[in-house]
Ligand binder design. Sequence first.
Ligand code: ZN
Length: 262
Amino acid sequence: MTADSRPDLFNADVLAIAAHRNDVEQTCGGTLLRMASRGLRTAILDLTRGEAGTRGTAEDRATEAAEAAKLLGVRWREALDLPDGAVENTLENRSKIARIVRLLRPRVVILPYWQARHPDHAIVATLGYEACFLAGLSKAPAVKAPAYSVEPESVPEVASLPPHRPFKIVYASLYADVRPSFIVDITPFIEQRQASLMVYRSQYANQAAGSGLFVAEEEIRERTFAEARHYGLLAGVRYGEPFVQKEVGLVDDLTLVPVQSI
Ligand SMILES: [Zn+2]
């Protein structure tokens, strides 16, 4: 999953962008699995590497993220070098993300919802949206070459890649106190999603560091399944992941609108 495999990546179907390694596994991992099972090309861009985490090192998180990517069936996953815990919406950061958007050319981008307890998550909603806009500008503002963490030579500068703007941006709203626009049924994928989360041993295994801060390992499964069950029930399925879209929905045939009313 390096830039060498770039020809494979043109026109990715779905790109999930998140602040931290293991965010995507929690908020939209089941959706990525469902898309991959339909033969769609999925990708993940983590913006930070986890160097400020209470638990584990950036190296631990890199190994775990690669393992999780395999379990989620994604074609490509990389991490940028934005500072963990201090993500900011700057032109340089927008350019770093825009370069990846131009490289992968996704039709759909998944971002975190714009209100969140962790400031990094909230900022990524705006930062990611504005980066997608920038990626579509044919005359994107020139930015001094931002450092790219992996194989800098092989990833072209944003200005040298053709413009691309995703068709659709949706916001993963699992942790937001907001009514979702729609639910993705992840029932067949809930165990695989859980497996992808639990490869982050540095974060979830019981340990002294952060023991008053982190949920005990044995409770994680109950919590994640309860959340998925809650959102599933809203749409009449067993397990679901919630999303918000800013646009209204469009219907072609009233008889095919899903989710029963009574
Ligand atoms: Zn996070």
